[in-house]
Write a protein that binds this ligand. Structure first.
Ligand code: ATP
Length: 302
């Protein structure tokens, strides 16, 4: 059964379409990164999963249950780090975790959770005095209580220092290893690349691509640059190289042959070169960065 399944999911605010006919399946056990520029509709999508916002059209299910009609049952399977989370200022960190444990009817020592998210030292301080990053860690700790089957995180690393972001990645990986599905939104590409099995790219409310990072790279129109050292540059036929399907341009660059091509065309370029009588001595591949892919799919909005 899919962890998340959206069909034709649409949310309009007046004339503005924040989420536009989204069909999306996230399988159980996946780490799925939901990527998009500011205003793309990521939070709106997450808010519909949580039933904080009602779809104008279409529907979304979590573990086969409708997020609107069975919102209590779906919420019981989730741990959530929402956008604009809040802590209750007078309560300590320990009391927050205790509260989450009581609400979810879970036994355990709150200190274990606080230790895991790196704020055990501040357990008995009022959360109103926490820094933004500490408060975020605390809300993450509350989300982890009860080993939820689905962790839903809106921009989980925003506000964290580099150590905090690394710790967040480690926690998400551990949670995934115990079997949780992870769905998180981000516009920080490196975070997504570091841990995601698959990525969905949202642009102007529409899902414009869903694939692995590798798959996105292969599907990108161009962007891979091959730099090839051959025994004799004089025998290289640039027109023949450019005629290879998926090759954009070929030129001589500092005693090497340079070719811009799709990732999938790399081998064909090498074969064509060999056919023209050139011996390949060495080659390097410069793949497009995730940032390049993001710009390609979202038309440069950020
Ligand atoms: N309650 C609302 N009323 C009116 N418009 C809204 C509301 N919530 C979101 N929007 C609009 O819907 C669009 C999508 O917003 P959303 O917050 O989902 O984007 P996002 O991808 O999460 O952006 P960011 O990365 O900046 O958080 C935006 O144009 C936003 O102004």
């Amino acid at each position: 059964m899919a962890a998340i399944e959206a069909h034709n999911l649409t949310k309009r605010y007046g004339t503005l379409t924040a989420v536009d006919r989204v069909d999306l399946t996230v399988e159980e056990g996946e780490i799925f990164g939901f990527l998009g520029p500011n205003g793309a509709g990521k939070s709106t999508m997450i808010n519909m999963l949580l039933d904080f916002a009602r779809p104008t059209d279409g529907r979304v299910e979590v573990f086969g249950m409708d997020c609107q009609r069975q919102s209590v049952a779906t919420r019981e399977r989730m741990g959530v780090l929402p956008e604009g989370y809040e802590v209750y200022d007078p309560l300590t960190g320990r009391q927050h975790i205790q509260f989450a444990m009581e609400s979810k009817r879970v036994d355990g020592d709150p200190m274990d959770v606080l230790d895991r998210v790196g704020i055990a030292d501040a357990a008995d301080r009022a959360a109103g005095g926490y820094s933004k990053g500490m408060a975020q860690r605390l809300v993450l700790g509350m989300a982890l209580v009860g080993e939820p089957d689905l962790l839903l995180l809106d921009e989980p690393t925003t506000g964290l220092d580099p150590n905090g972001a690394k710790a967040m990645r480690e926690i998400l990986t551990e949670e995934n290893e115990r079997g949780a599905t992870i769905f998180f939104s981000s516009h920080i590409l490196e975070q997504v690349e570091a841990i995601c099995d698959r990525v969905g790219i949202l642009s102007d409310g529409e899902v414009v691509a869903v694939d692995t990072i590798e798959g996105l790279r292969s599907a990108a129109k161009s962007g891979t640059k091959l730099l090839i050292t051959v025994d004799d540059l004089d025998v290289v036929d640039l027109d023949a190289i450019e005629a290879v399907e998926g090759a954009d341009s070929a030129w001589i660059d500092d005693e090497r042959l340079a070719v811009n091509c799709s990732s999938a065309a790399k081998i064909d370029v090498l074969v064509a070169l060999n056919d023209s009588g050139a011996d390949v001595l060495d080659f390097t591949v410069e793949e497009p960065s995730l940032e390049d892919l993001f710009v390609e799919y979202t038309g440069g909005r950020s």
